[in-house]
Design a protein around this ligand. Structure first.
Ligand code: GDP
Length: 196
């Protein structure tokens, strides 16, 4: 699949505001600063489509991007940013929970993790949660350019092992918003799920 058009359509803070056009949705989850905006920009071939935030945790809404006039990429609020007050954090997780547990249009979730680190407890919880709600997802291991070539296999195995047994995980994909590695693979998977 080639992305020929991509535009930001809305930033929503309430599930009652979600689009009613029935188009398929690909949702992105991951901890704050993991590289979700960079991934969206890279996939769409646009530099500033998704704002690359210098303040982690700033995105507090569901950000809708209309792709090829035929499906949405939905960027969810990043989780796990420490410097946010508890009540704000609670609001975010409620929004994420409401959206993921009820939204039938979600065809696939891209669960983004950082190649440099072992998955956090929240990363593992998110995977467990997607399994619980029976939502298919791929785990995207991003910032792979930060790992020495000779260490990539070992690092990816470490991340896979740390997640343990997952039910609805369709695949692990290594990605870099810098080099573009993984971009075509990700686009193929998205294409498959939006037409399923
Ligand atoms: P978000 O908060 O998840 O949307 O994260 P951003 O896309 O804003 O990225 C957070 C930081 O990580 C920024 O400084 C990005 O330039 C950097 N970053 C994101 N993706 C990559 C990547 O694939 N490789 C490298 N080296 N840096 C990345």
């Amino acid at each position: 699949m080639k992305i020929t058009s991509a535009r930001f359509v809305a930033s929503l803070t309430d599930v009652r505001q979600l689009p009613t056009d029935g188009l398929p949705e690909i949702a992105l989850v991951g901890r704050s600063n993991v590289g979700k905006s960079s991934l969206i920009n890279k996939l769409c071939g646009k530099k500033n489509l998704a704002f690359i935030s210098s303040t982690p945790g700033k995105t507090q809404a569901l950000n809708y991007f209309l792709i090829n006039e035929s499906f949405y990429i939905v960027d969810l609020p990043g989780y796990g940013y420490a410097r946010v007050p508890e009540h704000v954090k609670a609001g975010w997780s409620k929004l994420i929970e409401n959206y993921l547990s009820n939204r039938e249009q979600i065809k696939l979730v891209l669960h983004i993790v950082d190649a440099r680190h072992e998955p956090t407890e929240l990363d593992k919880m998110m995977a467990g949660w997607l399994d619980y709600f029976k939502i298919p997802y791929v785990i995207v291991i991003t910032k792979i350019d930060k790992i020495a070539r000779s260490k990539i296999t070992k690092q990816v195995d470490m991340i896979k092992n740390a997640f343990g047994k997952l039910k609805y995980c369709q695949d692990f994909i290594i990605f870099s918003a810098i080099t573009g590695v993984g971009k075509n693979e990700l686009l193929s998977i998205i294409e498959k799920y939006i037409s399923s």
